[in-house]
Design a protein around this ligand. Structure first.
Ligand SMILES: [Ca+2]
Ligand SMILES: [Ca+2]
Length: 207
């Protein structure tokens, strides 16, 4: 038990000591995710928000098969391209740059093919402003195909309550080493430190 506590404390300390969001100028994340287990096909959008920066172009690698790209806000005068496994989108008309603002906007929507459990992340993203400078970005959002929006939110057991807190942590510790437990929140058939990390990473409002 002391090892568990020590690990959890170290992880929490690392989270708290990580660079604050102070230098972050924009956030990009996945949204509107759907996926069909039978066909393996799904859709997801790329969400963007920046209070200060105009967005003139972006690219990122994608770790799954992309079947199509369609525009949301990146509609007029934007070029949307998939080259190998890199998505490259840019706008050459300043009046059509994505303007800064308080609200999140959807940039593009992607049709993809993936298998259950595949992790979809933003790999090597570059988002550029109107000066062609790279924008400091928070892009840590990821999802596992077919998983619920917040796998760690398993208490109450009737489907969670949108919050990951001490209840989930106590459940993980109580079922330590078990297989088939609802507290196996990363679905690898054992309750161990990986589940502690998943709970910590999801701590707070979730889903
Ligand atoms: Ca909960
Ligand atoms: Ca597990």
């Amino acid at each position: 038990m002391s090892l568990i506590r020590r690990t959890a404390t170290l992880v929490l300390a690392a989270i708290l000591a990580s660079p604050a969001m102070a230098g972050i100028e924009a956030v990009v994340r996945w949204g509107d995710i759907s996926w069909d287990e039978t066909t393996g096909k799904g859709t997801m959008s790329v969400k963007w928000q920046s209070a200060f920066e105009q967005l003139a172009g972006f690219q990122f690698n994608i770790p799954c098969q992309i079947d199509s790209i369609a525009a949301l806000e990146c509609n007029e005068n934007w070029s949307l391209n998939l080259i190998s496994d890199v998505i490259i989108c840019y706008c050459d008309t300043p009046s059509s740059y994505i303007q800064p603002g308080p609200n999140e906007v959807g940039l593009i929507v992607l049709e993809f093919t993936a298998e259950f459990g595949d992790e979809i992340v933003f790999d090597q993203p570059i988002f550029a402003n109107d000066d062609a400078d790279s924008i400091d970005l928070e892009y840590s959002d990821s999802f596992r195909v077919g998983y619920p929006p917040c796998p760690a939110d398993v208490f109450p057991l009737e489907g969670g309550d949108g919050i990951v807190d001490i209840q989930e942590m106590l459940g993980v510790l109580a079922d330590w080493g078990m297989s088939g437990s609802v507290y196996d929140v990363n679905y690898d058939d054992i309750v161990d430190v990986s589940d502690v990390l998943e709970v910590l990473q999801s701590w707070g409002e979730c889903g």
